[in-house]
Structures are given as C-alpha cells and as structure tokens.
Design a binder for this molecule. Structure first.
Ligand SMILES: O[C@H]1[C@H](O)[C@@H](O)[C@H](O)[C@@H](O)[C@H]1O
Length: 623
C-alpha cells in the first residue's frame, strides 16, 4: 500500500502485519499522522506566520512580570526599610512571601489550566498582577504591602506554568524551542528593567518604592487587553475539550494558511486515541501509574530542581555584595552595577534563544550545567582565597553596648562578616587596611554601624569604610570572574531549558498537571535556597556554600546526561515516545538524523511501528 501526498511525499508501507482490530479509518488516520510528522523540519504545514510571534510576545509579558516582580523588590526594600522602619523579619516576609505564594499557585494552576484553558489562565494572571500592583503602590502600611506581595506571587505562579505551555502549543515544531525560550528572555528582561527602575527611583527620598512596585500594572493591563480582544485559546486545548471547529479556525489563523489539515489531523488523531485510552481518576495518579509520563515528570521536576540548586538567585542577589568586594563602595554605584549583572543575564539568555534550535535542548543544557559547575567552583575558590587573606581586627571597642555584643569577639574580618549582626569598620591606605574593628550593625539600616565611628554615614575623605556582608580583599577579581562566567554559562541553558523542556515533554492529558508540579518544584527550591543561604554561609562560610552548589551542579549534570532526551524538531504529540523505552534515553532515537520520527509505539490498540525518511520518501514499517 502506498499513498502520494500534495507536498510531494510518497508514503510507502514496507511491511504490514494484519491487525484485526485496526479499521480502514484507523489506517487512514495513521498515514495522515505519520505523513504530517514525517515532513522535514521547516516545511511543516503552513510553517510560521507573524501572528505566532505576536502571540509569543504577548504571552511572554507574563514572563516579564515574573522577572519584574521578583527583581524589583530588592531595590524597593532599601527604601521601604527606612520609610516604614521594617524589622529583618518583615523584610524577609515581604521578599519570600511572593515566592511562597507563587509555589502554591503554580501547583493550583494545573487544575485551572486543564479546566478553563490557557487563555483564561493567562488573563487571570494578568488581572491578579494588576490588582497586586495597585495594592502595592497604594499600600498605607506593611500589612497591606504583605497582602500586595502575596497577591503578586499568586499571579507569578499561574503565569510561570501557563505561558510556556501556551507558547509550546501554538508554535510550529521548528520554532517551538525558540519561542518558548523567549519567555525566559522576558523573565530576565523583566529582572533587568526592574533593576534600572530601582536605580532610577532610588534617588527619590519618599514614596520611590510606590513607583517601583506599581509600574508592573502597565504590562499586566496590556497583556489582559491583548488576550481579551484578539489572542486565541490553544488549539490543542480546544481539541481536547471537543471544540474541533474552533480548534481548526485557530490553527488556520495562527499558521496564516488554509493548509493545516495534516497538522490538525495528526493532533486530533492522537488526542482521540488518548481519550480512548484514558482511565478515570486524578491526573496525578494517572501520571504516576503510567511509566513513560512518570519518567517525563521526574526529568521535568529534576531540571527545575537543579536550576534552582545551582544557585542562580543567590548569585544574582549577592551580585551587589560581590561587586562591593571588588572595591565598589558607593551604594548607588552598587545598584547600577547589579543592573549590569541583570543585563548580562538577559544578554546571555538571548544567546540561548539563538542556540536552542541550532544545537538542541540536550546539548545546550549539558554544556550549560557543566560550565555553571566550573564557574561555581571559580566563585568558591575566589571566596576561599579572600577568606584566607582576610584582614585582622586590630581595634576593640570598649563602650558597654559593644562589649555586650558578639562582634567584639572576632579576630578576623571573615568571622565578623559571617555574623549577620556585625560589620567591619576600617581605614584603607592603598592596599593597606588599618584601624579595623568589628562593630554591631544598625538593624534598621545595614549600611551603617549601630554606634561608633562607622555609624554616622559621612562620606568625608577621612571617615572610615563600613563593610557589611563582605571583607575588603585583593582576590575580588577571581570572584568577579566567577560571576561573569557563571552568568555566561547559566543564562543560555540552565535558565531557560527547564521551562522549555517542561512545556514539551508531557502528553496533552498530563501537560497542565506536569507543568504545575515542575513549576511548583522550581518555586519551592527557590524559597529553600534563598532562605537557607545565610545559614549555610554561617556554617560552611561563603566558599563552603559555593562548593556545595558546585557539587549539586555536578550531580545535576549526571542526572541530565542520563535522562534528558532531545526534543528538538519533534511534534509535541511524538515526544512522549522518547520516554517509553528505557528509564533513561540518551539522545534522539534516530541519532543525528533530524528527519527521523518514531511515531507512537504500542499505544495499546494501534501498533504504529517506525517511520524513516529517505530522499523524500517516508518509509513506514508497521508492526
Ligand atoms: O529561568 C529563570 C531565570 O533564570 C531567572 O533569572 C531566575 O531568577 C529564575 O529563578 C529562573 O527560573
């Protein structure tokens, strides 16, 4: 049996074993599905239209808000803690509450996504962002601020799990990786813009934080209006809900061509099969009971876990400190240099967008985590050298208040710096440190000591320097090198790939729940790493903490080496099969041949066999 297709492909069935359960209709569907899948990358039905870019950009505003709202708080906090006299606990609460709320809402987002669709969830997230931004900018006190931060966190969680899924579902296979990675580009772009806004409003003595926190309303409203007026629901979700007519319309609109029948048929055929196979019960239980999807979930959650365990948010958060170690003393200058760090993160994410369809997800992720591990060890060595050359404390304050504090017991700057209650006060003459003391920090403003010569904040040439959280060191260049290397390696791969791969690896019925779980794991690990960093540093010192992250990155590398398959160029409907053979598949089943597709094997009722392309002819071997 053979069939010719409009696109010039001839389909030849090499071998056919009669299967009494297969009907003629099944055969037809199979051939169509395989033919659609067999088209070489770049010639899928309809290819791409400009509309799909508009769609991706509007959805990625969700990523922008994720980045903006998680990034802006550090600058806002500098002003807030002075204006509202916030204790350390309140500062911690206002920062972490958002991430905690994001973890919960990402988990709940799975249900909402499956039930109400991607479009409604994105609109819900932008509505929540708008309300949160308004609450924050008008907040009269810290309790209302907390409510605003929690609200924004709920929006971030839903957006973080919905947007990649939506973009993946509307994209043609050859552009999917790039378009989903644009969402992470928007996350890092949001973090960068947040740091610029922080810098600009840090000069405002009063209410600067209201503008910082409130500005997020603008992109949120824009996204809401875009989805409300002209952006469509995902055609895959519509098909799953049985709205075939609307799904066909949307697919035609997105691909900007009438010629979408092959793609439409292959999606439909597989969704129908899934429906036939579907058993009852909660989706998570079905995922756990179905080996290939369970494996996909382990890979997805593992990727998200190792993204956070390799310390991205600690490195970003402490970039200001790292830069201060390198001799940047002025606070305003340090804020602008953190903006440069955020920009570097953004710039290298752009490299990821460029590379993802060229080298594929697997190579990009493996190269990235390997480089991240090496950079983390450079950072650790930099901190180690700085600790070993730590300047001694040679003045011991004698006033009664100081005598009661633990700070006076320390003999070296390193010990003094690791105690969150103390800071290092010193004079500098060239590379010589003199008249140094370890003093209590002002709990309301860590830029000053609580008493003594470092407490008045004058910037006269004869006044001493105050170092909180760091020690002056001549090895700061090693740490700076580590920071730059870290961002250059992390941002193109480990930053975006966990989101991109998760949007691809689950079959439709498990996609919302799978992404909800993996995004939840990302946020939970994010809270864990940021909340534990200071304690880990206190017990293990800075270099110990960074050696620990190095070890975690190495474990992550081996995990991905063993378990991460290549999903580049495949139809979403074909990706599930990558997890169906062994626990850990290495690479694409067809090796380097990008045209090789292994259609769904052993789906129970239909046994599809394999399909290979050779000089424009698709060969199917049915089993
Ligand atoms: O992919 C993103 C990105 O790398 C961000 O810079 C980081 O702050 C997020 O935690 C991460 O999920």
């Amino acid at each position: 049996m053979s069939a010719a297709f409009k696109d010039g492909y001839e389909l030849q069935i090499m071998e056919q074993v009669t299967d009494s359960r297969r009907t003629v209709e099944d055969e037809r569907r199979l051939i169509r599905a395989c033919a659609a899948a067999a088209q070489p990358v770049g010639s899928q039905d309809g290819g791409s239209s400009r509309f799909v870019y508009v769609l991706a950009a509007f959805s990625a505003l969700g990523g922008f808000l994720f980045g903006y709202d998680t990034g802006v708080v550090s600058g806002a906090m500098l002003l807030l803690k002075k204006e509202m006299n916030l204790s350390a606990l309140w500062q911690e609460l206002l920062v972490s509450s958002t991430v905690g709320a994001a973890a919960l809402s990402a988990l709940a987002g799975g249900y909402l996504n499956g039930q109400y669709g991607r479009r409604k969830c994105i609109m819900l997230a932008s509505f929540i962002f708008t309300v949160g931004g308004i609450i924050l900018s008008l907040a009269p006190d810290k309790t209302v601020l907390l409510v605003g931060r929690l609200t924004v966190g709920l929006g971030i969680g839903v957006a973080s799990m919905t947007v990649p899924v939506y973009i993946a579902e509307v994209s043609p296979p050859q552009l999917r990786g790039q378009l989903v990675t644009i969402n992470t580009l928007f996350i890092t772009g949001g973090q960068f813009i947040a740091s610029v806004v922080d810098g600009a409003f840090s000069y405002m003595e009063h209410d600067g934080w209201r503008y910082m926190l409130g500005l997020s309303v603008v992109p949120a409203v824009l996204q809401f209006l875009g989805f409300f007026f002209f952006l469509p629901e995902s055609p895959r979700w519509l098909l799953q809900k049985g709205d075939s007519q609307k799904a066909l319309e949307v697919l035609t609109q997105i691909r900007a061509t009438e010629n979408v029948s092959n793609e439409y048929d292959s999606i439909k055929c597989i969704i129908e099969e899934e429906e036939k196979e579907a058993e009852g019960g909660p989706v998570l239980c079905r995922i756990l009971a179905c080996a290939p999807v369970r494996r996909a979930l382990i890979v997805g959650c593992g990727l998200q876990m190792f993204q956070q365990l390799s310390g991205i948010n600690t490195v970003m958060y402490y970039s200001a400190t790292i830069l201060q170690m390198s001799g940047v003393r002025d606070d305003k200058q340090a804020i602008w240099l953190s903006a440069a760090t955020a920009f570097t993160n953004f710039l290298f994410t752009l490299v990821g967008v460029w590379l993802v369809e060229r080298v594929g997800r697997r190579k990009l992720t493996l190269g990235s985590i390997l480089g991240t591990g090496v950079s983390l060890s450079v950072l650790a060595v930099g901190f180690l050298l700085s600790a070993q050359a730590s300047p001694p404390v040679n003045l011991h304050p004698t006033d009664p208040m100081s005598l009661n504090s633990t700070c006076t017991h320390y003999r070296f700057c390193e010990q003094c710096m690791l105690d969150p209650n103390c800071g290092f006060c010193y004079y500098e003459n060239g590379s010589n440190i003199s008249d140094s003391s370890c003093e209590r920090v002002d709990p309301a403003n860590t830029e000053l000591a609580a008493s003594g010569r470092c407490s008045n904040g004058t910037k006269e040439s004869l006044s001493p320097f105050w170092a909180y959280n760091y020690c002056p060191t001549s090895y700061s260049w090693v740490v700076l090198l580590g920071l730059i290397l870290y961002l250059a390696f992390f941002a193109p791969g480990m930053g975006p790939m966990p989101w991109t791969v998760n949007s691809e690896i689950y079959p439709l019925w498990a996609r919302s729940t799978g992404n909800a779980c993996s995004a939840g794991v990302n946020w939970i690990c994010n809270v864990l790493v940021s909340l534990t960093f200071l304690h880990v540093a206190e017990y293990l010192t800075y270099y110990g903490a960074f050696f620990l992250y190095t070890a975690l990155a190495v474990i992550g590398f081996f995990f991905m080496l063993g378990c991460l398959p290549e999903t580049k160029g495949l139809m979403l409907e074909d990706i599930e099969t990558l997890f169906s053979r062994r626990l850990c598949t290495c690479g694409t089943p067809g090796g380097e041949n990008p045209h090789y597709i292994r259609p769904r094997l052993d789906l129970g009722k239909l046994h599809y066999g394999t399909l290979e392309l050779e000089e424009g002819i698709a060969y199917i071997s049915l089993q």
